[in-house]
Design a protein around this ligand. Sequence first.
Ligand code: GLC
Ligand code: CA
Length: 575
Amino acid sequence: MTIRTRPWWKDSTVYQIYPSSFFDSNGDGLGDIPGIVSKISYLASLGVDVIWLSPMYDSPQHDMGYDISNYEAVYPPYGTVADIETLISACHSRGMKFILDLVVNHTSDEHAWFQESRRSKDNPKRDWYIWRPAKYAEDGTRMPPNNWRSFFSGSAWAWDEGSQEYYLHLFATQQPDLNWENPATRQAIYDSAMRFWLDKGVDGFRVDTVNMYSKGTELPDAPIIDEGIFEQPASGLFCNGPRMHEFLREMNTEILNKYDTMTVGELPHTPDPAHVLRYVGSGDKQLDMVFQFDIVDLGIGRTHKYEYEGYALSELKSVVSKWQQFIEGSDGWTTAFCENHDQGRSVSRFGSDAPEFRERSAKMLALMMCALTGTLFVYQGQEIGMINAPKEWPISDYKDIESINYYNSVAERTDNDPKALGHVMKSIQILGRDHARLPMQWDDSPHAGFTTKKEGAWMRIHDEYRTINVAKQEKDPKSVLSFWKSVLKIRKEYRELFIHGAFEAYDIENQQTFVFGKRHGEDRAVVALNFTGEEQPFKKPDVGGKFELLVGNVEGVDGTEDKLAPWEGRIYLVS
Ligand code: GLC
Ligand code: CA
């Protein structure tokens, strides 16, 4: 047997920073790069190993920087390329790595490449994007080339008046999709979006929408599942297309293999573990690991994300088990995460944000995350148990294009039907991407210490910032923050079990508690989590051996109790 190699990224904890909402250093209301540099001691004190920064590139900000107009420049309100170089050195000097978001499925429509491409049908860069002629209905109405729906509502095609064709945009109209079929486009992407930053010392990338580059060339209509509307969800037709693996292989040979990097790909709509292994197995080396989205997709609507349907705990348990176990017996690698900038807060979704339970359930979720195999990802604010925006906030306090476009499309479609809109609003209160984008709560001074701007931050600050903030929790050894720091240490101390161990869930059908085991050789751990606000019976699974409580989130518990308090979590070592 070959010895399993241990690259640095396997044992790492990655902390994701959303630049607009982390810390504002110059009082303009918007977070910035010098603001991140000024918090470097805080980041180091958490015990995280890698900082992942969401897009800070120049951008007209239709999708919070995921619409990039220049890969080689920084959005001026965030700072400069030199500021990023300072941030890279600050991370490196603290022994932390630094990765960027690689967004190369699409650019902004203000990128110079697209500006040229749209100029005329015979422009040399025409083929760098995906252009198609119109179709015409029987009555002569101009129609897009197919019925694909964009992720942000409406058609995935936009008509370009100037050059009289449609271009494809899977996301916003202002985010035209690049044509990866063209080799010159691919080379330009590698050079501008990757090499430029790797040469400055960046340690890798989180790779945005990594399985959408290859769409085939036929672009057929999607089957109709959302009746009564032309545009249909089509992810099955543009994810994991025919040349996907070839493109990633090329990206590795041409660029990534020349540096010591980590890559984590965003891999939506890929339910088959064997397929995911093609991306992350070292045989076909394409990505070091991926985010598989089942856990954060729990409860999303069948026809549209914001038609929330709820979920059962057994579903959470089976998706966690599935994506823990799929690498066993292979040399692939997995990730553990339950938050990012596209999700509601985990305490509000999987725990309880009621005042009496939010701290305890935040700690319970921290226990779960720190016991899971794979590279662990923590999203800014998760370490202090930040929660979703209050339910009273009206839609006008939300900023995200995804929520707002969908809300408006339903308003239009139903002629402002209060029932339909009420359901959308309820879904947004749980799943809205804005919850994660609320400014970081640093202390109890005005605007949560995020900005000194008199009028406040670019986005409304959470009403609870006086009770949930970093300064308060740093002083309190029993805070969520202190708990996260200690369980991150425990994770490293028992790394074979928690980061690398084999996973096994017990009693999947139980809808109140989640009990699972971790095993490495003779060593075992058992994790018991109560996912309800009521006391629950707890029977130790029969794994043989003596149970010794390693860590828990309720005071005065010695581990012999056969009941779990509301939202209690425990980790036992079994010897
Ligand atoms: C990814 C990002 C999301 C963005 C989208 C388009 O899903 O995480 O924030 O809107 O890609 O780039
Ligand atoms: Ca600023």
